[in-house]
Design a protein around this ligand. Structure first.
Ligand code: DHB
Length: 307
């Protein structure tokens, strides 16, 4: 019999563990619908802020040998406009089966709270991006357990939706932050966001390639760090974890699930291989589970923690 790929993240039920990670194809309702129809278990929007943000000048993304480095500067049209895109998604019947998570970002706690209030109950869940390496917030909330905790408490007090907190690997207190956001009421953790900041220099021109100079690394190159972070987070908190970082095939997904993740976020691989990656990851994961006689995700989840 084929294994079941069903999983859950807090109260969110997913038909399979693949989630579109924030930042890729998450700008419009139409693009999110395309990803959902291509087989994702859930989709996450690009991070939305209270006011529109222009983002950094080009170049903002560079392809590396085994990944990407980017500093977009969180460009987005602001929550008022973005709400319409989420509504387009919600008005499709696909949204009944493939849930939409709104990623939100701000410069201060009140920004996150206002965005959460404006989104109301339109998305199915919120993901707090406290981990962008290219803006101040990644430092204020993403690396400080008390600030992260305060933020989660305030957002939780102002929304009825499940709140997922996206953590950065660029924090020396990662585990403490995970524990504090759990205590503050977070419903789930997603990790990791991009690794960095890093830098690439154009030696012909003698200057940094990215207009922002520094940027975050994503893709295959960061996978071992991501797996270690998930493993350590899952060892220390009870809330579910969405594992993200360099996942592009079924084996990668199995690795994150074994490290304790309940679902897997896919971002850079969508950029590199297209939206067929969701079905590919699911069918390869299913074949692996069948070969190893795992009947469901729960049997697989966290076995490396126990082994
Ligand atoms: C950006 C945001 C992120 O959360 C990230 O990990 C990398 C880049 C950005 O918009 O600059």
């Amino acid at each position: 019999m084929k294994p079941s790929l069903k999983t859950s993240i807090s109260s969110l039920e997913l038909s399979n563990p693949t989630v579109l990670a924030s930042g890729i194809l998450g700008n419009t309702g139409e693009a999110l619908l395309r990803v959902a129809k291509a087989g994702a278990g859930a989709v996450t929007t690009k991070s939305v802020s209270l006011e529109p943000r222009k983002g950094h000048n080009n170049p903002t993304v560079i392809e590396l040998e085994h990944g990407f480095i980017n500093a977009m500067g969180l460009p987005n049209p602001g929550v008022e406009k973005f709400l319409k895109e989420i509504e387009i998604y919600k008005n499709s019947s696909v949204s009944k089966k493939v849930l939409i998570i709104a990623s939100i970002v701000g410069d201060r706690i009140s920004d996150y709270v206002e965005v959460a209030l404006k989104l109301g109950k339109i998305p199915h869940a919120l993901e707090l991006n406290i981990s962008c390496p290219n803006v101040e917030t990644g430092l204020i909330f993403g690396r400080d357990p008390l600030n992260a905790s305060e933020l989660v408490k305030e957002v939780k007090a102002n929304t009825e939706l499940p709140v997922i907190v996206k953590l950065t690997p660029n924090a020396d207190k990662l585990i403490e932050i995970a524990e504090e956001v759990e205590k503050a009421g977070a419903d789930a953790i997603s990790a990791i966001n991009t690794l960095g900041p890093g830098m690439v220099i154009d030696i012909e021109a003698g200057k940094p390639v990215l207009s922002n100079k520094f940027g975050g690394l994503s893709g295959e190159v960061i996978k071992p760090i991501a797996v270690r972070c998930i493993y350590e987070i899952a060892q220390n908190v009870k809330i579910p974890v969405i594992g993200i970082g360099g996942i592009s095939d079924g084996k990668d997904a199995a690795e994150f699930l074994m490290a304790g993740a309940s679902a897997v976020g896919i971002g850079t691989a969508v950029k590199a291989h297209g939206i067929s990656v969701f079905k590919k990851v699911c069918s390869e994961l299913s074949e692996f589970m069948q070969r190893k006689r795992f009947k469901n995700i729960e049997e697989l989840r966290g076995i490396a923690l126990r082994g």
